[in-house]
Ligand binder design. Sequence first.
Ligand code: HEM
Ligand SMILES: *[C@@H]1O[C@H](CO)[C@@H](O)[C@H](O)[C@H]1NC(C)=O
Ligand SMILES: *[C@@H]1O[C@H](CO)[C@@H](O)[C@H](O)[C@H]1NC(C)=O
Length: 150
Amino acid sequence: MLTQIIIIFIILYFARNIYQEFFSNGTNPLSSTEEKDSTIVEGKFTPKTLAKYNGKDSPKIFIAVKNRVFDVTQGAQFYGPGGPYENFSGRDASRGLSKNSFDTEVLTPIDQPIDKLLDLTDVEKETLDGWEEHFENRYKIVGTLEENKD
Ligand code: HEM
Ligand SMILES: *[C@@H]1O[C@H](CO)[C@@H](O)[C@H](O)[C@H]1NC(C)=O
Ligand SMILES: *[C@@H]1O[C@H](CO)[C@@H](O)[C@H](O)[C@H]1NC(C)=O
């Protein structure tokens, strides 16, 4: 029952995003001029170097989804300090998104190997793919997530 409610919520987000894409006429974060200034160089991140981009230690907020790093600074109301999804900031959010959980316990600690997500159920994989699409539609990719060097 809870799962159904969550799925309905997710469908609503996507419907809203599709609507926005067609009618926003250039107000999409990706087309704003601020987003085009390239202070961020496409790069490689590790769980440890990504952690800095949490909106506190850096004004930029990045999150990783399936080993790609998105600049979600435009969504600071979600991911910034005090936001509902702030636990994802500077982190690989993949597992949390797949399980509809924003508890930090679900995310892999930053000194651990990157989560391979091998144990996800088909539904969890689909949920994660849906979120991945959401991020692709809304935010700029600034790099990839690779294993810690040490
Ligand atoms: C009853 C629970 C929830 C409510 C009422 C809720 C509400 C919302 C609302 C109103 C938005 C804004 C949509 C928009 O403006 O684009 C949003 C976005 C979002 N929600 Fe939730 N949410 C809930 C649960 C969850 C859960 C469990 C997750 C995943 C762990 C989640 C992850 C997200 C993400 C990733 C976004 C997109 C933010 C962005 O566009 O950057 N939400 N939610
Ligand atoms: C869309 O934006 C352009 C400029 O960016 C403007 O000329 C045009 O009138 C806008 N169209 C609508 C429907 O608002
Ligand atoms: C962040 O994670 C902690 C620990 O799991 C949890 O107690 C808290 O509710 C989470 N914060 C939000 C905003 O969900």
